[in-house]
Write a protein that binds this ligand. Structure first.
Ligand code: HEC
Ligand code: HEC
Length: 212
């Protein structure tokens, strides 16, 4: 996942409430069809079978909001706000650039409510875990795929700030293994998502990586 887009997401989550009127109702079935027609070219969303990559993966965008206890209605308002007032950012071929901006008002009127209700009912409902399956046994690879969006380890090139900076925390192997297996108050549990061998491998990595 690209950190730049996560930041975009974070800003939206903070500023999205109520942008352009609250979503009160919406036909989720109609919303699903609209999503597949108008949004799936740019966004991944498991519930719509969509795998576009120009915009952020919407399961990833909202998994964290859900974990943090955002109500479905709040997520619907954020989605509706994004449809009406998408940001305009630098585009181009650089790593930190978007390939394209999201055009405003791709759907209008009650269709906004339909799409917003559908996305809110589904995006991120499967958590972070399933959206990017990882099969590697290499601790660094697993860390980058599953942990880096929330945790910073300089040597892994990750900059997440939702969880503690693991360069500073330097957890023991036992603490890391326990945390990854069971999760925490915010952090998801990885038992059943990663195999035991993968949990051991990523716990070894976070407890023993060389500081940059
Ligand atoms: C032409 C490509 C494109 C289309 C079509 C498109 N989007 Fe986007 N979307 C983007 C891009 C690029 C971003 C990231 C920049 C931004 O937030 O404006 C984005 C951001 C978002 C976000 C915020 C996610 C986050 O993590 O910040 C939501 C929600 C969203 N889009 C929903 C939709 C919905 C619903 C539709 C269909 C009505 C749609 N998009 C159609 C390109 C697109
Ligand atoms: C959704 C964000 C998120 C993801 C993904 C995530 N973490 Fe965390 N992590 C947190 C947060 C928040 C905390 C501290 C609060 C808590 O326990 O929930 C934490 C705490 C930790 C701790 C500290 C435990 C202690 O002893 O204090 C370790 C170690 C850790 N995570 C490792 C990992 C590893 C390894 C992964 C990937 C397999 C991972 N985390 C994935 C958010 C996340």
């Amino acid at each position: 996942m690209r950190p730049a887009l996560l930041l975009v997401g974070a800003t939206l989550l903070l500023s999205g409430c109520g942008a352009g009127g609250l979503v009160t109702k919406g036909d989720k079935d109609a919303g699903k069809k609209l999503f597949q027609q108008k949004c799936s070219g740019c966004h991944a969303l498991a519930a719509a079978g969509a795998s576009g990559t120009i915009g952020p993966n919407l399961d990833d965008s909202f998994a964290e909001a859900r974990l943090e206890g955002y109500k479905e209605s709040a997520i619907a308002d954020i989605v509706a706000g994004q449809i009406r007032y998408p940001g305009q950012y630098a585009t181009g071929s650089g790593l930190d650039r978007l390939q394209s901006n999201m055009p405003p008002n791709i759907v209008r009127g009650h269709e906004v409510d339909d799409v917003a209700a559908f996305v809110a009912a589904n995006a991120g409902a499967q958590g972070f875990a399933e959206t990017t399956a990882v099969t590697s046994l290499d601790g660094l690879t697993i860390f980058k795929a599953k942990c880096g969006s929330c945790h910073t380890i300089a040597a892994a090139g990750t900059t997440g700030t939702t969880g503690p900076n693991l360069d500073q925390l330097r957890p023991s192997f036992a603490a890391a293994k326990k945390q990854v297996t069971n999760g925490g108050s915010v952090m998801p549990a990885f038992k059943g998502v990663l195999t035991n061998a993968q949990i051991v491998s990523v716990a070894k990595y976070v407890s023993s990586h060389q500081r940059k």
